[in-house]
Design a protein around this ligand. Structure first.
Ligand code: PMP
Length: 310
């Protein structure tokens, strides 16, 4: 932790960063029973503000409900805790990571029978530049289609952000890195495009925008929802339940990723094939500009998307 990062909120208290530890026999460590969110706080022209905090809280509580996990703190308590956490560390623009999980008591697989395991919750925050790098935002990234497939709704609910499920993304990301790519694109069990390991994928063809949705086993990303809304407001036609075959990636005019961490990142090649001109395309550039203008400008549109820190 850097000088200013000294506090984590855990189970209702602000504690020193280095004391935010858990028992090695915690259920979540063994069976992946944590649910989490990634949220950005942006330095808007009106001061720091959490972006789409309410939508992230909705998803956090829904993820928890999937595993009968009672977070034990209501929305207002988590909001107050987060705002104070940011203020205490004087964090301006940063990334916020709430996580709730089953703790330590016994190591049977069920966290609910015969009794409920202890339910724990923590929130940490730190500065984090765009996930795929600042230069990636301008130049785009090289992606590779993963040989690992995304799990389906009948295997692990892709609607929930569950830590255990992220081993799928770990395998895909590491495979991509070994093959020299910046990021993976993961197909679903049918062989259609699902998403990236931590991003949603968008395709531009003939000026229209396509993105796979829940039916294709993608997470309904909050950046995805925001970009869809911004694109429609700008007059684009957006198909938000698209079925995209692997070959359609290669012939797309433009491709880009969205995500809280990745923001709006152009994809300049897939499997060593240049996409479009092999650089950030015009529609991607337009939407990326609209997105960054929104989160850095005065909060005068989409006010409901922002929760001010001060
Ligand atoms: N897909 C996956 C698998 C993710 O982990 C993320 C990051 N939360 C996304 C998509 C993008 O979602 P969001 O825009 O809500 O961050």
């Amino acid at each position: 932790a850097s000088d200013t990062l000294d506090t984590i909120w855990m189970d209702g208290e602000f504690i020193p960063w280095e004391d935010a530890t858990i028992h090695v026999l915690s259920h979540a460590l063994h069976y992946g029973t944590s649910v989490f969110e990634g949220v950005r706080c942006y330095e808007t022209a009106d001061g720091p503000a959490l972006f789409r905090w309410d939508a992230h809280l909705d998803r956090l509580y829904n993820s928890a409900a999937m595993y009968d996990l009672d977070i034990g703190f209501d929305r207002e308590e988590l909001t107050t805790a987060t705002l104070e956490l940011l203020a205490r560390q004087d964090l301006g623009g940063c990334y916020v990571r709430p996580i709730a999980f089953y703790g330590y008591d016994r190591l049977g697989v069920s966290p609910t029978t015969p009794t409920k395991l202890p339910e724990r919750v923590a929130i940490a925050a730190w500065p984090w530049e765009s996930y795929l790098g600042e230069s990636a935002l301008e130049d785009g990234i090289d992606a590779g289609v993963s040989s690992w497939r995304k799990y389906g709704h009948d295997q692990i609910p892709p609607t929930a952000k569950t830590t255990g499920a992220y081993v799928n993304g770990v395998l895909a990301t590491d495979e991509a890195a070994r093959n020299g790519y910046d990021e993976a694109i993961v197909l679903n069990s049918e062989g259609n495009v699902a998403e990236g390991p931590g991003e949603n994928l968008f395709l531009v063809d003939d000026g229209e925008i396509y993105t796979p949705g829940l039916a294709e086993d993608a997470l309904d990303g909050i950046t995805r929802q925001s970009v869809i809304e911004l694109a429609r407001e700008a007059g684009y036609t957006v198909h938000d339940d698209a079925r995209i075959g692997r070959g359609e990636l290669y012939t797309a005019d433009e491709l880009f990723f969205t995500g809280t961490a990745a923001e709006v990142t152009p994809i300049r090649s897939v499997d060593d094939r240049a996409i479009g001109a092999g650089s950030k395309g015009p529609v991607t550039d337009d939407l990326q500009t609209r997105f960054f203008d929104l989160v850095s400008g005065p909060v005068d549109t989409h006010e409901a998307w922002f929760t001010r820190v001060h």
